[in-house]
Design a protein around this ligand. Structure first.
Ligand code: FAS
Ligand code: PHB
Length: 389
């Protein structure tokens, strides 16, 4: 079997790359180790940068997003009960769209299914070969039968635990990592959101986030120790803790109900360098991880594959290697700026076991600076709504 671009992973990065390339007449095959149902069952990101919305429109999958997505002009910070709203539209003339990653993934999957492009789900033992040469190939097992896929390029869109980055010789790759001593316990509930926009809360007991998926479905998070187990968190315990970390008005307005999903996500910052190895490119979580505080994970994956698609389209259309040769440096520049913002948001909003009284005053000063300085607020707004790609 042969294709032009073999894409490993059917998450948002792989699916969006596939859509952008197929729309340009470049054939792809996606190999995914899980089932479609499993991929769609993962509850993850919720906020799309304007650049991601534009990319999804370019991919031809924006209709449902525009019909159901919630355009938000800003977010609120609640710092030990003091609330301040950042109006992105006023500060930088941009907005964000609340539309869950699950919906983005479903829209992309359905578009791919309609196009007839080939995806292999439950592909086992995927392995990458000869990508340092000009005849790479991917092997995998489907229904017990070994398969081999010859291709021109391989896109490793298989996430942090994927096989693509693991296939790169260790001495060819440098990684940078920071693991945080806490995780996010997230809950999904079919009740109206507590506020019109997201509320990021700092409290001495820990961080909390009030988010949403629609006018009738809410998403909440509380910071928990990295060692916590979700089984020890009843819904009641979650709601009590959330109420203690937000201001009184928000606590009073909270509409609680039974969780339809509850899970703990670990937090880490991670970057691999470089992101191109001959005919293999890494994109999305296969290349980097950010703590979700800055709502960057899904958006970085989208911007990576936007650049990669442009480079591959240029290669096939003009036989130019400029785009693929420049891919790694170009996306890493934006990745590191998103890493910085996500680390900074995490640092000011969470409680760290080793933060002393001085450190807590510095966190408060960050908030006071943000709410008293338009320049500081514009910097936050510029990063949150998405830096230029
Ligand atoms: P993904 O991990 O989504 O997709 C990779 C795909 O590759 C998966 O379907 C996987 O099954 C497949 N795969 C892996 N190994 C393979 C192999 N060997 N062979 C074939 N296929 C393989 N971001 C936010 O912005 N906000 C959030 O709140 C947020 N919450 C998150 C919670 C969790 C638990 C996690 C893990 C991430 C969260 N993220 C969040 C980040 C997340 O949204 C990612 O940035 C986003 O999924 C990145 O998309 P992909 O790069 O496509 O990776
Ligand atoms: C979410 O709704 O899942 C969400 C929103 C904003 C974040 C992280 C997660 O920063």
């Amino acid at each position: 079997m042969r294709t032009k671009v073999a894409i490993i992973g059917s998450g948002p990065a792989g699916l969006l790359l596939g859509r952008l390339l197929e729309n340009a007449g470049i054939e792809t095959v996606i190999l995914e180790r899980r089932s479609q149902e499993y991929v769609l069952g993962r509850i993850r990101a919720g906020v799309l940068e304007q650049g991601t919305v534009e990319l999804l429109d370019r991919a031809g999958v924006g209709e449902k997003m525009h019909a159901e997505g919630l355009v938000h002009d800003g977010v609120e910070f609640c710092f030990d009960g003091d609330r301040h709203r950042f109006n992105f539209r006023e500060l930088v003339g941009r907005t964000v769209t609340v539309y869950g990653q699950t919906e983005v993934t479903r829209d992309l999957m359905q578009a791919r299914d309609r196009s007839g492009a080939m995806s292999v789900y439950e592909a086992e033992n995927v392995s990458l070969h000869d990508f340092e040469g000009d005849k790479p190939k991917v092997r995998y097992v489907k229904d017990g039968v070994g398969q081999e896929l010859d291709c021109d390029f391989i896109a490793g869109c298989d996430g942090y635990h994927g096989v693509a980055r693991a296939s790169v010789p260790e001495n060819s790759l440098r990684t940078f990592e920071r693991v945080y001593p806490f995780g996010w316990l997230g809950i999904l509930v079919d009740k109206p959101p507590v506020a019109d926009e997201l509320i990021y809360a700092h409290h001495e007991r820990g961080f909390a986030l009030c988010s949403m998926r629609s006018p009738t479905r809410s998403r909440y998070y509380v910071q928990v120790p990295a060692s916590d187990k979700v089984e020890t968190w009843s819904d009641e315990r979650f709601w009590d803790e959330l109420r203690r970390r937000v201001d009184a008005e928000t606590a009073d307005n909270l509409v609680t109900g039974p969780s339809i999903e509850k899970s703990i996500a670990p937090l880490r910052s991670f970057v691999a360098e470089p992101l191109r190895f001959g005919r293999l490119f890494l994109a999305g979580d296969a290349a980097h991880i950010v703590p979700p505080t800055g709502a960057k994970g899904l958006n970085l994956a989208a911007s990576d594959v936007g650049v990669l698609a442009e480079a591959l389209i240029e290669f096939y259309a003009e036989r130019s290697k400029a785009g693929i040769d420049g891919y790694s440096a170009r996306v890493l520049s934006r990745i590191w700026k998103a890493e910085r913002f996500s680390w900074w948001m995490t640092s000011i909003l969470h409680t760290f076991p080793d933060t002393d009284a001085f450190g807590r005053r510095i966190q408060r000063a960050e908030f006071e600076h943000l709410r008293s300085s338009t320049i500081a607020a514009r910097a936050l707004a510029e990063n949150y709504t998405g830096l230029p790609i």
